[in-house]
Design a protein around this ligand. Structure first.
Ligand SMILES: *Cc1c(COP(=O)(O)O)cnc(C)c1O
Length: 387
């Protein structure tokens, strides 16, 4: 299926709504039936019927069709946030007494799900260094039901060899879930590499404008039906029609934005490589990165996130650099129009909590601004740091 067809036409039915170019926001909780017979039919076919928006809603369904097509899966489900999607995908695959192997240092919320929530319900979790696929194999037990991957993972962008891990999982009948928020469906398609459920925080690149939260789970008809009839409708963390509409709008320009972000990021990284204040750039798209070849194999292009290790001895030096930036915003998230930094230093409290990662690490996200504009901002911040 052509990418242009998916983004501009698939799932849309303009004849059904006055040939409006933009899809309607069907902001309604419920859908009426004209006869008992019709209502009975809807109750029996809730996955297709329009009955109640904590199930199916036409605006949300348009987004789901497009996301399934982009990931090359049979179906998809839209959630109210990325975490709702992650939690539903994971919960759908485990029961008390099961065991999960999860990549080390996943997204913060996922980490909490693995370390705090699942153990409360009798599910054991082992976190492994995912850069060596054998660690997944070695951690596997007779009761292992799920492998959870995030490739690349948060902050350090460590990759997992997706094909090697899913091949082993298939043999053992272990379900695989992969968080593909980092790469988007344009630059990585985990289902084609054997992953069963692909999850997204649509809040990031899919929305693309830092104005909407959303999550997506993509998978086979059978697995999506299982999630729909249990976690989706029972936990109820569904996507609102208006938010689905914003995500549909985001999708229209996704290829354009991703191409721009990819190019600008390469230029900003090249600039940072020249700076003596930067001790290390953690980015799998640099040839000296130990997983460069795997990144090239699994992903079609680079995106806008990378982490630098600042050459600094004190927290104050790091703060001086970060506080001096005028155009990079200091904030969580990424994937919007605006460039961001997330300094690990913010997680350090004087004399208190010490995170496992050094305070010299700063995660960057490069947005849609001009590369020169961003480089000038970095330049002046380095100057202030050195002053
Ligand atoms: C942001 C993010 C999430 C959570 O998504 P929300 O939409 O904020 O709930 C999950 N995984 C990754 C990799 C993320 O970056």
């Amino acid at each position: 299926m052509d990418l242009s067809y998916i983004l501009n036409e698939l799932g849309e039915d303009r004849a059904g709504y006055f040939q409006a170019v933009a899809p309607p926001i069907l902001q309604t909780c419920n859908f009426a039936s004209q006869t008992v017979g019709e209502m009975r039919h809807k109750l029996q076919h809730e996955t297709e019927a329009h009955f109640y928006t904590r199930g199916k809603n036409p605006t949300v369904a348009m987004l789901e069709k497009k996301m399934a097509a982009l990931e090359g899966t049979e179906q998809a489900l839209g959630f109210g946030s990325g975490m709702a999607a992650v939690a539903a995908a994971v919960l759908s695959q485990v029961k008390a007494g099961d065991h999960v192997v999860c990549v080390k240092r996943p997204y913060t919320g996922t980490n909490k799900l693995m370390r705090q929530f699942l153990p409360r319900f009798g599910v054991e979790v082992t976190l492994v260094d995912g850069t060596d696929a054998r660690n997944f194999l070695q951690a596997t037990r007779a009761n292992t039901a799920l492998f959870y991957l995030e490739s690349p993972n948060s902050f350090l962008f460590e990759l997992q060899d997706i094909r090697a891990i899913t091949a082993f999982a298939r043999e053992r009948n272990i379900c695989t879930v992969l968080d593909n928020s980092f790469a988007t469906p344009l630059f990585q398609n985990p289902a084609a590499m054997g992953v069963d459920l692909v999850v997204h925080s649509a809040t990031k690149y899919i929305g693309g404008h830092s104005d909407v939260l959303g999550g997506i789970v993509c998978g086979s008809r059978e697995r999506i039906y299982k999630i729909f009839s249990a976690e989706y409708t029972t936990l109820g963390a569904v996507l609102s029609p208006h938010d689905a509409w914003l995500l549909l709008r985001g999708l229209r320009t996704l290829p354009l934005r991703m191409e721009r972000v990819a190019q600008t990021t390469r230029r900003v990284v090249a600039y940072l490589q020249q700076r003596h204040e930067v001790a290390e750039i953690i980015w799998p798209f640099l040839p000296e990165h130990p997983q460069y070849y795997l990144a090239r194999k699994q992903m079609r292009n680079n995106t806008g996130q990378f982490t630098i290790r600042l050459q600094a001895d004190t927290l104050e030096q790091v703060e001086k650099f970060c506080d001096s930036l005028q155009h990079f915003l200091m904030a969580a998230s990424w994937g919007g129009h605006e460039s961001l930094i997330f300094p690990m230093a913010a997680a350090y409290t004087p004399g208190g909590f010490k995170p496992s990662l050094p305070f010299t690490l700063i995660r960057f996200y490069i947005g849609l601004e001009d590369a020169d504009y961003l480089i000038r901002d970095l330049d002046q911040a380095f100057a202030k740091m050195n002053a």
